[in-house]
Design a protein around this ligand. Structure first.
Ligand SMILES: [Zn+2]
Length: 121
């Protein structure tokens, strides 16, 4: 997809031309959200406030277009405070050796523990 021209505002503006239809297709929006999340994760190591802003933009786009993302992208959002959560920056990842095995990602912003149950073999 292309991001040149009017940029991200395109995805958040309502009815720029007065025509009542969706401006972007689902695939385009999903690609944008993934791109935003990816770049915010990369950015988190150097500029966390900006990365959070970018992540919240991705969230807003997601909510406007009512799309859900897969685990790899979704896992960077804390379910407690809804902010960006990057392991090594503001999150801690621990493995649970119980049955079933889990991955615990603790958000260091709010302390919420996000659990992911791994598939049973
Ligand atoms: Zn949190």
């Amino acid at each position: 997809m292309e991001l040149n021209g009017n940029g991200y505002g395109y995805f958040l503006s309502r009815q720029a031309s007065g025509v009542r239809k969706r401006k972007a297709t689902r695939g385009e929006v999903e690609a944008l959200v993934e791109l935003l999340t990816e770049s915010s994760v990369t950015l988190a190591a150097t500029d966390l406030p900006l990365a959070k802003e970018q992540a919240s933009l991705a969230r807003r786009v997601m909510m406007r277009f009512n799309i859900k993302l897969g685990y790899p992208t979704k896992s960077f959002t804390c379910h407690g405070c809804k902010s960006l959560m990057v392991p090594g920056v503001n999150a801690r990842v621990r493995l649970g050796h119980g049955r079933p095995p889990t991955v615990r990602v603790t958000c260091l912003e709010c302390g919420h523990i996000n659990r992911k149950i791994l598939r049973q073999p």
